[in-house]
Each structure stands twice: as C-alpha cells, then as structure tokens.
Design a protein around this ligand. Structure first.
Ligand SMILES: NC(=O)c1ccc[n+]([C@@H]2O[C@H](COP(=O)([O-])OP(=O)(O)OC[C@H]3O[C@@H](n4cnc5c(N)ncnc54)[C@H](OP(=O)(O)O)[C@@H]3O)[C@@H](O)[C@H]2O)c1
Length: 212
C-alpha cells in the first residue's frame, strides 16, 4: 500500500520504517522537511513532503502527531484524507506534568480524541491503533510470552480489516474493541502503559489480552 505518514517524531519515523520493511511505500508529512533530511538519506525509499502531500500520496494515512494538534494537522491534509483509512496513534496528553506517574489528558472519559477527530472529519475512516505501546516496540516486538495485543477501534469494519492485516505484518495480535466510543478506553491505556516508565523507568512492556 501507499501510506502517507503525518508526523516526523519517533512514532512517525518508527512506523514509516516498519511500513517500508513490510513492502509498503511511504511519504512522511511535516511542516519542516529539512529536519527529516538525515533520516530520509538513511531511509532512501521514503519520500518527505507536507501533510497535504503525504495525505494525497497515501491510499491510507497514519496520523502520528502531538494529540493537541491532531485536528489541525488533519485540516492541513485537506481532502487528501477523504474516504481513506486514517490510522490514529495519537494520545490526548495535556500540557501538564504527570501526577505520581499518571499522565493528564485534555479529553474526558465520555469523549475521546478519536471520537472528536471522527466527528470533525466524517469522510475519514479513523481507526485507533499503536497508541498503547512505546515507539521502539511498535514493529515486530519480541516477547517470550508471544505476540502482544494491540487494541483497536473504529466505525468502519473495512478499515479495521486493513489495520488487522498491518498488525499481522507488524507481529501483533489484534483485539477489535468496537466502534469509535471504545477509544474512551483505549486512549487511557497510554496512561497505564506510562506509569511503570515514570515511576520505575521501565519502558519495554506491552499489553496482552488472555483468553480461556
Ligand atoms: N513516543 C511514543 O513512544 C508514543 C507511543 C504511542 C503513542 N504516541 C503518540 O503518538 C503521537 C506522536 O508521538 P511522537 O512521540 O512521535 O511525537 P510528538 O513529539 O508527540 O509529536 C511530534 C509531531 O507533532 C507535530 N506537531 C507538534 N506541534 C505541532 C503544531 N503546533 N502544529 C502542527 N504539528 C505539530 C510535529 O509536526 P512537524 O513534523 O510539522 O514538526 C511532529 O510531527 C503522539 O500523539 C503521542 O502521544 C507516542
């Protein structure tokens, strides 16, 4: 697939490299292409452009920007996201320090970031994914206990099926939690995931859902 990755940070770079590794084509979208020049040289198969360029390039879009600017970035992408799968890795982290290792969010338990984005961009087919693990373990993580679980949600079953295929490639077991409202539960997994990091400097874990 051709995937437009909106973002330039650790998540955007890690996922872009993962998409390339698994045979996809990638364009990263940023306000400042110059800062990705070194990275592009190290990853010569990757293109870099604006958010609008990257969204237009992609058959699917990967949103990996600071949660507080996610809507602004999608607005910049314009009609390039219409009708497309938009994978959303963003967490709604507030501009405030964690309390005893617990991050603060700017959303509520009755209104997640992904629901807000889906309301603002009704033509996009949003799927929450990759928000509940650290960037270094997003692509083919190795655990003795086997594949970790990636929790996803979104209103469009076809879009979630595509994401399930990508998660298979990236070495994850997919747990589909349902419609967009499930992001109210999936986004706070980021808070839970970060607690051992802030309190004990442990950042290598991932979640696994056990079934009988
Ligand atoms: N880091 C992790 O391990 C991790 C794990 C799971 C989920 N997440 C989530 O994934 C997302 C990306 O995380 P990250 O750590 O890679 O990067 P980040 O530092 O949270 O965000 C960097 C990105 O945000 C964009 N940005 C920042 N301010 C902006 C503004 N005012 N207007 C437009 N764009 C702006 C930057 O765009 P430019 O390229 O234009 O500068 C850049 O692409 C976040 O929502 C984060 O919560 C992170």
């Amino acid at each position: 697939m051709k995937i437009g990755v909106l973002g330039s940070g650790d998540v955007a770079q890690t996922l872009a490299a993962g998409f390339i590794k698994h045979g996809h084509q990638v364009m990263l979208g940023t306000r400042d292409a110059a800062k990705l020049e070194k990275w592009r040289q190290a990853n010569p198969k990757t293109q870099v452009g604006s958010s609008k360029d990257a969204a237009a390039f992609g058959e699917a879009v990967m949103l990996a920007v600071k949660g507080s600017v996610a809507a602004d970035v999608l607005r910049t992408a314009g009609a390039g996201i219409d009708g497309k799968l938009v994978m959303d890795a963003c967490n709604p982290i507030a501009n405030a320090p964690p309390a005893n290792g617990v991050l603060k969010f700017f959303t509520t338990l009755d209104d997640s970031l992904m629901e807000r984005l889906q309301r603002d961009f009704p033509k996009a087919r949003l799927v929450k994914v990759f928000n509940s693990v650290g960037a270094p373990r997003m692509v083919n993580p190795q655990y003795k206990a086997g594949k970790p679980t990636m929790f996803i949600c979104g209103n469009d079953d076809g879009a979630k099926k595509v994401v399930g295929g990508i998660l298979d490639q990236f070495g994850w077991e997919t747990a589909d939690m349902g419609k967009a409202e499930a992001a109210r539960a999936i986004e706070p997994l980021c808070m839970l995931w970060c607690i051992p990091g802030f309190s004990k400097n442990e950042w290598t874990h991932a979640f696994k859902l056990l079934h009988e």
